[in-house]
Design a protein around this ligand. Sequence first.
Ligand code: HEC
Length: 96
Amino acid sequence: MKRALTLIGASILLASTTQLHAQSGDPRAGESLHKEANCLSCHTANPYSTAKTPSFERLIAAVSFCNVNLNTGWFEDEVLDVATYLNEKYYKYVIE
Ligand code: HEC
């Protein structure tokens, strides 16, 4: 039991580290996904802005938020691809 808990703890730690040191995804795949999902139907009137989303990590969270709420059905790697594309086009944060 104790061992199982340690394992769970380790994977939570691992997951949060991955989140913090977010790697970039594939911006070209992200561009197609973004187009197919018609995100601009809302975000033309409500443009993407660095004021609302002040870091790449927050950008991933925001894409994930809309993905979940709109039931777009993207997997985590697709969310990352779209965030990478939006970063390249609008936000321009340096991704390490
Ligand atoms: C039904 C309208 C709607 C659609 C469609 C939509 N969003 Fe959003 N989105 C919102 C709202 C509302 C917010 C909350 C913050 C705001 O007011 O911008 C938001 C916030 C965001 C943000 C952070 C805001 C910023 O300016 O940095 C991102 C990034 C984002 N959405 C990405 C997406 C992506 C990717 C899609 C396509 C899957 C999508 N959204 C589709 C309504 C929408």
